[in-house]
Design a protein around this ligand. Structure first.
Ligand code: ZN
Length: 64
């Protein structure tokens, strides 16, 4: 577990700490991933990964 905190937030898609991005459904998505999602086709592997991350987070939120 990391104890040091930067002012960045952890992107829900790539799970890396970034300081620029947006919040969607109370989750943080970095600019890089946002662009990938915007340009991804709905049958894209990346888009599927994004959706599965969303689903995962909803499950985590529901069970806590
Ligand atoms: Zn990201």
């Amino acid at each position: 577990m990391k104890t040091t905190r930067k002012y960045g937030e952890v992107c829900m898609v790539c799970e890396e700490e970034k300081d620029q991005g947006l919040h969607i459904l109370h989750q943080f998505i970095c600019q890089e991933c946002e662009q990938k999602i915007l340009t991804a086709k709905t049958n894209d592997d990346y888009y599927k990964h994004y959706l599965s991350q969303l689903r995962k987070l909803k499950l985590v939120n529901a069970s806590s």
